[in-house]
Design a protein around this ligand. Structure first.
Ligand SMILES: Cc1cc2nc3c(=O)[nH]c(=O)nc-3n(C[C@H](O)[C@H](O)[C@H](O)COP(=O)(O)OP(=O)(O)OC[C@H]3O[C@@H](n4cnc5c(N)ncnc54)[C@H](O)[C@@H]3O)c2cc1C
Length: 453
């Protein structure tokens, strides 16, 4: 392929970041879009892999588009691995021997799961959960009659895997280095709540310990922890986080750190190369945000931004207000804005948790009593409402008295906002009463109102 008159755009990776950019760019006649991916021919929701395994949804349900999407959008998909980028000649080398020339190159290669230290042969049989092929491998192994599993690592993917294995009646041990589950993100009370919840689900949760050695393989492992515990199991998974997938760029000369360094337009150190999604690292990022963020909506939003940039718009990528959601078995988790996991000078919080059920509400505020964050377990809050309060730097008193506007649980669920309200009154010696009840009309009125009204 030679450089054409039209804009030749090559995208490496067809995940949510790459495919979002491809679909937008392909709408423009002058853009000739090539997409290279070593994985499946279609993007799918990694977030829903667990539900395929548990039989809640079919493989087709997690595909983001119909199978003929590329053909219909005039996107040329090549299934191969990219080995190398030749910046001087503006081309990429594929493992299948082909060379593709680009005018603009978008790198959207996602993450790679972090690996445990090498203990020997046993490592070769460890499982991970990232790609579709990982799911197939887990399923194949489980079908061989796995009775007990050890998951090394205590993050969101580890919990998903634990739920998957429990659904097949497998005894699950989670080996977690931290003193409390996911305490690198969750404040102590929420982290303790999740510890209890995992134990209640029958997980053998080992905290404050880590793997020292592993032997065996296939279906029989002998693990020893640093504290001397011996664990025997048929299945081992390593879920110790992910890192930007950039190893193949080692000799490209592109500036990188943990990820590929990009400016606010997602442009790398090369004029004609962009990086988006999990593999990108922002040179400048907002306070309380991170330079690399391996989350779905960030990847999608970067895909949109980069396409617009290439099409000549000059709107930089905006991180906006942080949010994330996940599930610890049946307990939903949502975070909006800044919720420090440890004491953070100048930030305070009101926190309530249910006496017996896994439910909690945390509202974080600063020294001016402006609300900066929400952390919810087992209770759903509306993103639009929470974001507006945070964006408007709304006063805690105002938020507390209107808190039911945020509640997004089904109508017949119990409301717990009065508990936080009493806490507020107690702490600040106030007499705040709830001024709004849950009603969609009121929510819409609130969202349409500007702070100055
Ligand atoms: C099990 C799981 C659950 C998750 N749950 C959530 C969740 O609940 N909420 C949330 O926000 N996020 C979640 N995430 C994270 C989210 O899925 C990712 O942030 C998102 O998919 C990243 O998209 P991406 O397009 O940047 O990368 P990817 O989806 O990883 O796509 C990159 C693509 O590039 C291809 N590629 C890589 N290198 C090469 C190469 N050299 N040559 C050719 N092709 C290459 C890869 O094969 C891959 O298909 C989850 C992730 C996992 C694994």
């Amino acid at each position: 392929m030679h450089k054409a008159e039209n804009l030749n755009i090559v995208i490496i990776g067809n995940g949510i970041a790459g495919s979002t950019a491809a679909l937008r760019l392909s709408k423009e006649k002058h853009c000739n879009v090539w997409m290279v991916s070593e994985e499946t021919t279609y993007p799918y929701a990694r977030t829903a892999l667990m539900y395929v395994f548990m039989g809640h949804v079919h493989e087709n349900d997690v595909k983001l588009h119909n199978d003929d999407v590329w053909m219909k959008s005039n996107i040329h998909l090549i299934q191969s691995k990219v080995d190398r980028i030749n910046r001087l000649d503006q081309n990429i080398m594929l493992q299948n021997g082909h060379v593709l020339y680009y005018d603009k190159l978008i790198i959207a290669t996602g993450s790679v799961p972090n690996a445990l230290p090498y203990y020997g042969e046993a490592n070769h049989s460890f499982h991970r959960l990232y790609h579709w092929s990982d799911l197939i491998a887990i399923n194949e192994r489980v079908k061989k009659g796995v009775k007990s599993a050890v998951i090394v690592g205590g993050g969101l993917i580890g919990v998903e895997l634990a739920e998957m294995l429990l659904s097949r009646n497998i005894i699950v041990t989670m080996l977690v280095r931290e003193a409390s589950f996911w305490n690198t993100v969750l404040p102590p009370q929420e982290s303790a709540l999740i510890n209890r919840h995992l134990l209640a689900h029958g997980i053998n949760l080992i905290l404050n310990d880590e793997l020292l050695s592993a032997s065996g393989g296939e279906m029989n492992f002998n693990l020893v922890t640093k504290k001397g515990r011996e664990l025997h199991c048929n299945f081992v998974a390593e879920t110790i986080g992910v890192s930007p997938n950039i190893l193949f760029l080692k000799n490209s000369g592109l500036e990188s750190d943990k990820g590929i360094l990009v400016d606010e337009f997602l442009k790398t150190s090369d004029e004609n190369i962009y990086a988006i999604g999990d593999c990108a690292q922002l040179r400048q990022y907002n306070t309380y945000r991170r330079a690399t963020e391996a989350v779905w909506y960030t990847a999608r939003s970067m895909g949109e931004t980069v396409a617009n940039t290439i099409l000549g718009e000059s709107n930089p990528y905006k991180q906006g207000i942080w949010f994330n959601s996940a599930k610890f078995f049946d307990v939903e988790y949502q975070i909006y804005g800044h919720v420090p996991n440890v004491d953070d000078q100048g930030f305070y919080s009101l926190f309530w948790q249910h006496d017996t059920k896994p439910k909690s509400i945390r509202i974080v505020f600063d020294e001016e009593t402006s609300v900066v964050g929400f952390n919810l377990l087992g209770i759903r809050y509306r993103q639009s409402v929470c974001e507006k309060w945070i964006k408007d730097k709304e006063n805690l008193r105002e938020v507390i008295s209107n808190l039911s506007l945020a509640n997004f649980d089904p109508e017949f669920y119990t409301e717990y906002e009065s508990n936080i309200l009493s806490q507020y009154n107690e702490r600040f010696g106030g007499d705040v009463k709830s001024t709004s009840k849950r009603s969609l009309r009121k929510v819409l009125q609130f969202l349409n109102k500007s702070k100055r009204d």
